[in-house]
Design a protein around this ligand. Structure first.
Ligand code: ATP
Ligand code: MG
Length: 350
């Protein structure tokens, strides 16, 4: 599909370039013909005047003083030949360059389309798993001629669990598409970043306790201009991952500091780490590191970091990750803080 589009685009490029080139050549040809004709006419006039002058003194036979009419035709033919070669040259060069240029123009569109197709197929795959599990479980219960109440209860409980998973997945998908499209439900406001992080830590504490993971924080008080839901989502995803991908008795360190005009959030764990090969794809939607290697019961959808990346981008920030297998992972998020003037007006309000 993209090959034919590339050829079509090249043809359009060529059509435009050749129209300009041939029009220019036509003007050149007409100009050269006119100039040559005028030069020959002048020459003829000069010769005739000279002959008339000479005849005044003594009659002169019409000697071999003549203008070569063939010269005009020759000039025209030569000009035509040169212009033809130039146009042929332009056609070949523009064709080649146009083809390369068309490829470069279409590449981002092609990449986006491939990404979109992969996204749809991954999403369908994630949806299929709970639906299949639910269907199988229900079929087994139905086939049972006299299912006990307990059996029916278990079947219903399983169905509810799978529905919850589906619900969570669909919510995450919606979040992802909303952040990606910049479809915001609120305007950015001045927020106390420290208290948002502290609140998320409080929410995540029970999860950390289950694995006896210590959440250590060192948080500077700082205001940022952003959307609260986005900051919550960002911090929550990073801390959730640090807990999920750490072994029992681990330590997760959360730090917030000011650095010039930015606020820097680091979430560091001493968990299972990520290999260099996986680091490259970690922000891709649905990307999950091989489960057998992680040996964790974590069953996420691989959307958390893709959402984090979208949030960071929409806030004109950056995210960096450093990791070593079996040593741990550190995520560093840099976000612009509020401008000085906003800080002043905020402190006045307080
Ligand atoms: P979700 O966040 O959608 O519930 P998830 O946690 O699997 O699912 P991401 O948060 O996008 O998805 O993370 C992608 C993958 O990166 C994870 O599956 C995990 O393998 C790896 N990963 C992320 N954070 C860490 C971490 N702190 N330590 C080790 N591996 C990590
Ligand atoms: Mg996650």
């Amino acid at each position: 599909m993209f090959k034919s589009a590339k050829i079509k685009l090249t043809a359009w490029y060529l059509l435009i370039i050749m129209t300009v080139s041939i029009s220019f050549s036509a003007v050149m040809y007409t100009g050269v013909s006119a100039i040559t004709k005028r030069a020959l006419d002048n020459q003829r006039l000069r010769i005739e005047r000279r002959i008339m002058d000479m005849e005044m003194y003594r009659p002169t036979p019409r000697i071999a003083l003549f203008v070569d009419e063939g010269a005009l035709i020759e000039v025209r033919e030569r000009t035509l030949g040169i212009l033809f070669v130039i146009n042929l040259f332009i056609f070949v060069i523009a064709g080649g360059m146009g083809y390369i240029l068309a490829g470069l123009t279409l590449k981002p569109i092609e990449d986006m389309l491939i990404k979109q197709r992969r996204f749809i197929s991954d999403a369908a795959h994630e949806l299929k798993t709970p639906i299949t599990a639910m269907k199988t479980d229900m079929e087994v219960t139905l086939r049972d001629k006299e299912p006990t109440v307990d059996k029916q209860r278990i079947s219903l409980k399983n169905a509810i669990e799978e529905t919850d998973k589906l619900n969570l997945f669909v919510n995450n998908l919606l979040k992802k598409s909303r952040y990606e499209l910049g479809n915001h439900q609120s305007e950015p406001e001045i927020l106390d970043f420290a208290s948002i992080v502290a609140e998320v830590i409080k929410t995540m504490s029970p999860l950390a306790k289950q694995k006896n993971i210590a959440l250590e924080d060192s948080i500077e008080k700082i205001n940022v201009k952003a959307r609260e839901s986005e900051l919550n989502e960002l911090v929550m995803n990073l801390i959730d991952n640090s807990i999920k991908y750490s072994n029992e008795n681990g330590i997760v360190k959360i730090k917030v500091i000011t650095q010039g005009k930015n606020v820097v959030l680091t979430v560091q764990d001493n968990g299972i780490g990520i290999s260099e090969k996986d680091l490259k794809n970690i922000f891709e939607p649905f990307y999950k590191v091989d489960k057998s290697r992680t040996k964790t019961k974590a069953n996420g959808y691989g959307l958390g970091l893709a959402i984090v990346k979208d949030i960071v981008n929409s806030n004109h920030g950056s995210i960096d990750i450093s990791s070593k297998i079996n040593e741990g992972t550190t995520f560093t998020v840099i976000l612009p803080i509020v401008s000085e003037s906003t800080q002043v007006s905020l402190s006045k309000q307080i």
